[in-house]
Ligand binder design. Structure first.
Ligand code: BGC
Length: 835
């Protein structure tokens, strides 16, 4: 068995890394919580007042989603405990006690049901039974009035891989019980605060019914410190400073994906992205559909005024526009932080385009009342490009710039003028025949009218106009950050791979399935209990150590404990890997020394993005890497960065946003943080277009090349070019009729040839189980590693090689990529092997 560098903690007391990381998780949570509404200064509360907490989530606050995106933790601080610790008196303890009884009963019914479905062979393996039997939060006991100063109602939702959310009551819509609870509260109290403890959007039309709902707080799923972060915000100890990374619609079918005609497609497994580039706010803004809360929205306890002080263009080292702004805290009581967002209306240049797109943003430090902070938002010119046939172009004409603290609050601040078209990049046409998929176009007359009215406004207000030097822009386009140049290691990896036997090559390209005959999804790792998988150990004699891979993205998902007996690690089965081991029917205790692996559940990806704070995300990445280092994990299966196309995608919580820039920069910051720790790498996922979980192995995302390049691939491109992630995980779905894992277009042409990716590409777990994905197709496409690996895949590769479907060189190329990353991430042990 392979041995890793992990530490063994036999003392159950919290370790130093935990204390540090919990503090960071709390800070990240409170900086990403979004205050959506706050009439009559409902929040913050007076110190030490009496609060009534309703809704199951007050006690069972959902810290994060389920499935591989779950993190097993020591304990999560719920809202109730967070409030108690912060010195508030809970006014309805009896109600909460009853809630607890109902919850525990339902929870154990649910566990029995999962097992029943598995035992009855409704599902082939336990994980499938688990993900297809989501736990539904039960209704709460009847509400009786109590003597209190403030009332909160918590609406909790959970979701995870393998199943999408539903457009039903209890999920996207409020359940009948929730609706009647809120209605009752509004009849009893003049002011109610709704707390949304959900990883994704829910319908909020109840706000139109009850003016008594004075405040709405999007707690989201805030990780292990949820309750403490909540208390920090509602007590006013911290001023809210999170901003939405998605638009929240008014009516359910205001969102394109929620319209009945579009939902049918999801069931057909052929999902047409007819809306093209008009995803999220690009749709609402361009087509004039009002939203409840706009992209970028988030209130504070204080107010800020944002003044643009300059627009400067510089050409060296890379062409870039620097916008200087001064942010003034106009309030007198609270210090706080603001997010300055810059949007652009680009010239049409013969294309149809969105009204506005986000091109840059920056978050201030904490600004005291009546104080000002000056800041600069630097925007490289590739943020303004559009995809036209085979080129990324900067169209000639006027670029109108907007600044504000949300899309809906942004105002024009000036223009940039370009007097000729610039081709930023010429690309191969990879999906030319899918151009016709786009069927949604804005009215060209309206697009022109918007730009004309902007021109009038700019003239009237005498806003600055900066003329760009097209030649200089073209000459100094931003260059991707080069991959770590390690030519010696590359050469060494190629030499090792070149000398391997066919069997060794194949075993290298397939995860370490030999540990267990049938690898269980999400728990195939053995040397680090609960990790998701490992690469082969057969190359140890060549100095190539196996890598341990563990999920993500809200922290490290490991088993919280295992036993060590006579030098062997003993761990419970797959059910111990999720929900803090709750699903296990009995405690696992084979004797020996009990060892602990408590990890930190950071807030979910969406909440992290809602901080709009790249430095903070770097810190989170770094903290995860510290845990990876402690436990001996080389590759983290995160961050997840698919676009929130459909609010019902079951994995949206793992992803960042409906916007590719927010997604790309968030992934890039986290990557930089993780990879600042030697021996630790990320795996950005799921490449690409994983926007639904139904039929996830067979679902075919049919997308135009323009939408792919401007929206769905764009975030990945930013992450790859900015921070060179070590690995990429392909998605379960197909893209334009070709399985992502079998797509040479994605894995090689785009990723390596166009973007200069230098790392390792792996499949998602068990992808070759899809009827439309073959193991040899992966190798052929440049998808180096099949995870978690199984005997069938090895056999398939042998056959394919003999039948000439793949070449020996292709196997060598994939193996060399894997070996190169192993040598980079596990060098110390490699040296040991040499000695
Ligand atoms: C998920 C991946 C995850 C892998 C390993 C799969 O089911 O789709 O995101 O990394 O399992 O747990």
């Amino acid at each position: 068995m392979s041995v890793t560098a992990s530490k063994r903690f036999t003392d159950p007391a919290p370790q130093e890394y935990e204390l540090h990381n919990h503090e960071l998780a709390r800070r990240a949570a409170r900086d990403g919580i979004v205050l959506l509404k706050n009439e009559d200064h409902t929040l913050p509360l007076a110190a030490g007042c009496r609060v009534a907490l309703y809704g199951m989530g007050a006690l069972h606050t959902v810290k994060g989603g389920t499935g591989s995106g779950d993190v097993n933790v020591r304990a999560t601080v719920n809202i109730c405990d967070g409030m108690r610790t912060a010195g508030f008196t809970i006014a309805n303890e009896d109600y909460l006690k009853e809630c607890e009884e109902i919850y525990q009963a339902k929870r154990s019914e649910w566990r029995d049901l999962v097992w029943k479905r598995f035992d009855n062979k409704e599902y082939p393996y336990f994980f499938a039974a688990y993900v297809n039997t989501p736990f539904m939060t039960p209704a709460c006991p009847e509400i009786a009035p109590c003597d209190c100063d403030a009332v909160f109602y918590v609406i909790s939702r959970n979701a995870g891989e393998g199943a999408d959310r539903t457009l039903e009551k209890g999920d996207y819509l409020l359940s009948e019980a929730e609706h009647s609870d809120i209605s009752r509260l509004c009849s009893l109290y003049p002011s109610v605060t709704l707390v949304i403890n959900s990883g994704g959007i829910i319908d909020l039309s109840i706000l139109d019914e009850y003016p008594q709902i004075k405040a709405v707080l999007l707690l989201s799923q805030a990780g292990i410190e949820s309750g403490n972060a909540f208390a920090d915000i509602v007590s006013g100890r911290s001023c809210p400073c999170g901003k939405l990374t998605d638009s929240w619609p008014i009516a359910v079918d205001d969102h394109l994906c929620m319209q009945p005609k579009n939902r049918e497609c999801v069931d057909n497994r052929e999902v047409y992205y007819h809306e093209g580039i008009y995803v999220g706010y690009r749709y609402f803004d361009t087509f004039g559909v009002p939203v409840r809360y706009s992209f970028g929205h988030g209130l504070s306890y204080t107010d800020f005024s944002i003044k643009t002080t300059g627009i400067h263009v510089s050409y060296e080292p890379a062409a870039c526009v620097d916008i200087t702004l001064s942010v003034f805290n106009t309030g007198t009581q609270y210090s706080g932080r603001e997010v300055v967002q810059i949007y652009a209306t680009c010239p049409l240049g013969g294309l149809h385009k969105e009204n506005r797109r986000l091109v840059g943003f920056a978050k201030t430090a904490v600004i005291a009342p009546r104080e000002t902070q000056e800041l600069t938002v630097s925007i490289p010119f590739d943020r303004f490009v559009s995809y036209d046939k085979c080129c990324q172009v900067l169209s000639m004409g006027k670029y109108y710039l907007w600044a504000g603290n949300s899309l809906s609050n942004a105002h024009p601040i000036g223009t940039l003028t370009l007097d000729s078209n610039i081709t930023i990049e010429e690309n191969k046409r990879l999906w030319a025949k899918f151009d016709g998929v786009d069927t949604l176009f804005p009215d060209p007359g309206q697009c022109t009218a918007l730009r004309m009215s902007l021109e009038r406004y700019v003239l009237m207000q005498q806003l600055p106009t900066v003329a760009l030097d097209a030649e200089l822009v073209a000459k100094h386009l931003p260059a991707p950050h080069a991959a770590p140049a390690e030519p010696d290691l590359r050469k060494r990896a190629a030499d090792i791979a070149g000398k391997l036997s066919v069997e060794q090559l194949i075993r290298t390209c397939v995860g370490h399935w030999a540990h267990v005959e049938e690898s269980q999804l999400g728990s195939a790792g053995v040397s680090v209990p609960g990790s998701a998988g490992e690469t082969t150990d057969i190359l140890i004699p060549e100095g190539v150590r196996p890598m341990v891979l563990a999920d993500g993205p809200a922290g490290l998902r490991l088993k919280p404990y295992y036993f060590e007996k006579d030098g062997t690690l003993l761990t419970g089965s797959v059910e111990h890997c999720f929900e803090n081991g709750y699903l296990a029917r009995e405690e696992f205790n084979p004797g020996g020394t009990r060892c602990y692996q408590y990890c930190t559940a950071f807030p979910i990806g969406t909440l992290l993005a809602q901080t709009w704070d790249s430095e903070l995300l770097k810190e989170v990445g770094r903290a995860v890497a510290d845990e990876m280092h402690v436990f001996g994990v080389s590759l983290w299966l995160a961050p997840g960065m698919n676009i929130h196309r459909d609010p019902l995608c079951g994995r949206n919580f793992e992803y960042f946003s409906e916007d590719p820039l927010v997604s790309g920069l968030a992934a890039s910051a986290i990557t930089a943080g993780v990879q600042s720790v030697p021996g630790c790498g990320v795996t950005i996922k799921h490449f690409a277009c994983n926007n639904a979980e139904h039929f996830r192995l067979e679902s075919n995302s049919i997308v135009s090349e323009r939408a792919l390049r401007e929206i769905y691939l764009r975030g990945f491109e930013i992450a790859v070019k900015d921070s060179q992630p070590t690995a990429v995980m392909t998605s379960y779905n197909l893209v334009n009729g070709e399985h992502a894992a079998n797509s040479a277009r994605l894995c090689t042409s785009i990723l390596r040839d166009e973007w200069g990716f230098d790392g390792l590409v792996m499949t998602d777990w068990g992808t070759t189980g899809s009827s439309r994905c073959t193991p040899f197709g992966c190798i052929h496409a440049g998808n180096d590693l099949l995870m978690p690996g199984c005997r069938m895949e090895c056999e398939d590769l042998f056959e394919a090689l003999n039948a000439g479907k793949i070449s020996h060189d292709e196997l060598v190329r994939c193996a060399a990529n894997i070996i190169y990353i192993s040598l980079r991430l596990v060098p110390e042990t490699e040296k040991q092997a040499e000695n």
